[in-house]
Design a protein around this ligand. Structure first.
Ligand code: MG
Length: 340
């Protein structure tokens, strides 16, 4: 198989609508496509979805990848060791490492001629239904988005604004579908406690990241008073964050761009289970490469939020698809992603 060659290319992804959450929004997202090619010409693909909130940009990803290129494994099947060496070579840079992790797993699956989910012994149809996200917007555009999302049985609504009641009331007027909310750290403890009856009024079933990531005492208070599960996202990056969340939250949202590896994501699922926490697998806005890598974890979790590629107007790839909320994993080897 010989020395792996690494290529990286910035992709500019266009969302169908400007995508706004509690801390701002965009309609163009830049991610980095990563290719690892072995000496037989077999390619593994991955995608880095850097987040400014976590101090990453496409430029920091490209810079990190030039360092990681010097630390690639001679044998891509040696996955545990390969990922450990990447962290030891350069810590942080989770989205760049996640792209390499996906590319290595894709390459291994392709060399063996089996889909990654089969290699992992998973049954794709066991995955829970995925939500579709409604970003923060005007009342008229929220109505339009809810209509456009008619194929999705569960909506994830971005809140954390001073007009959350209006947002929820607008959506409830349009649909009786299940609603989950994500405040993206946008509430104070007092605001969160005041919102709990409002969430009940509109039949919301899950509350994600109500408070600032460091406010664990506030989180305990909100969770203790909440009749619905409270999940954390920004408060939980890797396995190490999980023990302190036990008893303070009901669950965690795992994303490859935060934890830096498919294998770390699987460890997080196990550790969360050991602490009686529920698990969501989420995503950034990314193409079907990144979404398909994350989708391989769906048979192992309780909640799925993998609409990142569905929000795009120009996804260059085809991989995991979502039909009526049900994720379908590709039958092809590795990640099973191909160009559109
Ligand atoms: Mg979130």
């Amino acid at each position: 198989m010989g020395q792996l060659q690494l290529r990286a290319e910035v992709m500019t992804l266009q969302t169908r609508h400007p995508f706004v959450i509690a801390r701002g929004g965009h309609d163009q997202i830049r991610t980095v496509q990563v290719t690892l090619q072995d000496s037989d010409g077999v390619e593994g693909w991955g995608e880095a979805a850097p987040q400014a909130y976590y101090g990453e940009t496409p430029e920091t990803v490209l810079a990190a990848l030039t360092t990681y290129a010097t630390a690639l494994p001679d044998d891509p099947f040696d996955l545990e060791h390969a990922e450990r060496v990447l962290v030891e070579t350069l810590d942080g840079n989770a989205s760049a490492r996640a792209a390499l992790s996906a590319a290595l797993h894709d390459l291994v699956g392709k060399r063996l001629g089996v889909p990654l989910w089969k290699l992992w012994g998973l049954a794709p149809m066991e995955a829970p239904l995925s939500t579709f996200t409604i970003g923060i917007d005007t009342v008229d555009r929220i109505r339009l988005k809810v209509q456009e999302a008619s194929a999705y049985p569960i909506l994830k609504v971005k809140v954390g604004t001073d007009r959350d009641h209006e947002i929820l009331s607008t959506i409830r007027q349009e649909t009786d579908r299940e609603i989950r909310v994500d405040a993206n750290c946008g509430w104070s403890r007092k605001a969160a406690l005041q919102m709990l009856p409002v969430l009940a009024e509109f039949g919301v079933t899950v509350l994600e990241q109500p408070l600032h990531p460091d406010d664990l005492e506030g989180l305990s208070d909100v969770t203790a008073n909440s009749p619905i599960p409270v999940l954390v996202d920004e408060s939980c990056m890797t396995t190490r964050d999980i023990p302190q969340l036990a008893g303070r939250a009901d669950g965690i949202n795992i994303k490859l761009a935060k934890c830096g590896s498919l294998r770390e994501a699987r460890r997080m699922i196990s550790v969360a289970r050991a602490h009686h926490l529920q698990v969501m697998i989420g995503c950034m806005i990314e193409s079907s490469i990144g979404i398909t890598a994350a989708a391989h974890l769906t048979p192992l979790v309780d909640f799925v939020d993998l609409d990142g590629a569905a929000l795009l107007a120009n996804d260059p790839f085809v991989g995991a698809t979502i039909k009526a909320g049900q994720i379908r994993l590709p039958e092809g080897p590795g990640l099973g992603v191909h160009p559109r």
